[in-house]
Design a protein around this ligand. Structure first.
Ligand code: SAH
Length: 449
């Protein structure tokens, strides 16, 4: 009764919100930030920029050049002026758009994935949905709706939602999406800084750090989260590896530029492997630490983690770029007014799981969604669409998610699961061969019976 097509078919039949188009443009030549800041656009409408830039220039004067990781952390999540703290404008009218904002089907299928892993784990008595970097709360909202639609399956399960978010502005949006804004703040609380109830009565909690989320069987979801975490950048030179740093430009007052560290840095010594063949490498230690902690939790408590992002398997070099109003934006211009991002290195995430959890993927979004039954879901929505305009929107949003030239091939899914989920024990206790393990949804081809 819990096969993927049946789970997907059990979902409601209505399109819910207007469907949007316009994902981030693919990185063009301007995205290659390289070692010069280039001639980017002026700091138009840059309310946060002067304050952030002033702050950075003072800091640079006091400490000398800073790592790209520190620059990125300041520009994105500085508590006063960071991009996500103050702006974080996701959506059609904002700076970039993400898959959950394009179509409700995306979140529904991720919800089905969580339920199908929970079923495969033997229906534990509690299910925590933990989302890292939930943006406007759209994905969590779509997943929770799936939980409600599959209420008969989950009726005896204690379901709760745990959101890891550092941005006060975005946590407000999430609260509005999930609870209609009915939340209680507890800023002094060391664990959850806010809590509320969804309209269906599911408790929701907010944290600043995944370490604060209570342990127990959990399904972790991270969509376009890891690409927002700070990266270190390294350049191979004749004298060995040097770290790329951000400094004030002495020739252009009020502007920033990239420089190379004069000697090796602790990060270069720690993060560059002796067998590295690339000349330019980006490493995100914070992503590594988070994956390590998810892998430990999954090893101890069971559960699953689904990471979806654009990225590569340890092959790409310079992917650091900025986005503002759906256009590429010079990463060093008007910090605090643009989203900064770098492709996720899935090979590094796999390594940082340290064998504590099994890993699956990365697999292209197009294949993952197909394996999850997106075509069936689309058919149901098309059949029930009230008019031709809705049908057209459904088809267009499907195309954005699935088309290899749009998001289909650029985004990848990667999962962490307990080893016992993938490796069949040779014999049961009675000595009989153990039953076959159910396939992991999304990562294996969908077979319709
Ligand atoms: N998942 C959403 C939003 C992606 S944008 C979507 O796909 O639409 C990145 C999200 O991560 C934002 O919510 C941002 O505020 C959050 N974020 C960025 N850095 C973070 C950090 N260090 N800890 C927790 N959340 C962070």
């Amino acid at each position: 009764p819990c096969s993927r097509p049946l789970l997907a078919a059990a979902l409601g039949s209505a399109g819910r919100r207007p469907l949007l188009r316009r994902p981030r443009p693919p990185p063009g030549p301007a995205a290659a930030a390289g070692l010069s800041s280039g001639a980017g656009e002026a700091a138009e409408g840059a309310d946060a920029a002067p304050a952030m830039l002033r702050h950075l220039l003072l800091k640079l004067r006091a400490t000398g050049p800073i790592t790209v990781a520190e620059y990125m952390r300041e520009a994105l999540t500085n508590p006063g002026q960071g991009y996500y703290t103050r702006r974080g404008d996701i959506g059609q009218s904002g700076d970039f758009i993400t898959s959950p904002e394009i179509s409700q089907v995306f979140g529904e299928l991720v919800g089905v994935w969580c339920v199908s892993e929970w079923v495969a784990a033997g229906k534990p008595s509690a299910l925590r949905l933990v989302e890292l970097g939930p943006g406007r709360g759209t994905l969590a909202g779509d997943i929770v709706r799936v939980f409600s639609q599959l209420a008969s399956l989950l009726s005896k399960c204690d379901v709760s939602v745990h959101l890891v978010e550092v941005s006060p502005k975005l946590s407000e949006s999430q609260a509005l999406t999930l609870t209609g804004g009915q939340v209680q703040s507890s800023p002094k609380d060391t664990a959850a800084y806010m809590r509320g109830l969804t309209r269906a009565g599911i408790p929701v909690f907010w944290y600043r750090d995944v370490q604060d989320v209570p342990t127990g069987y959990s399904c972790f979801v991270a969509h376009e989260f890891f690409d927002a975490l700070p990266i270190h950048k390294f350049q191979r030179t004749e004298k060995g590896w040097r770290e790329v740093l951000v400094d004030a430009d002495p020739d252009a007052p009020g502007q920033l530029r990239f420089v190379l560290s004069p000697a090796s840095t602790p990060a270069a010594l720690n993060f560059i492997q002796p067998e590295e063949t690339r000349d330019h490498v980006e490493v995100c230690p914070e992503a590594g630490a988070i994956i390590q902690s998810l892998a430990c939790r999954i090893e101890r408590d069971g559960g699953a983690a689904l990471v979806a992002d654009y990225g590569h398997d340890g092959t790409k070099t310079d992917t650091f770029r900025g986005f503002r109003k759906h256009r590429l934006h010079d990463v060093l211009k008007a910090p605090g007014t643009a989203d900064l991002t770098a492709d996720v290195d899935f090979s590094y995430l796999r390594k940082m799981a340290q064998g504590r959890a099994a890993t699956l993927g990365p697999i292209k979004q197009r294949l993952f969604l197909k394996n999850m039954g997106i075509d069936l879901r689309l058919q149901v929505l098309l059949q029930n669409a009230p008019d031709a305009a809705t049908r057209e929107q459904l088809r267009l949003s499907y195309d954005v998610l699935m088309n290899p030239t749009k998001m289909g091939d650029r985004f990848h899914f990667f999962a962490l699961l307990p080893h016992h989920r993938l490796e069949r024990p040779p014999r049961s206790q009675q000595g009989a061969p153990s039953p076959p393990l159910p396939p992991v949804a999304g990562f294996t081809e969908l077979v319709l019976k």
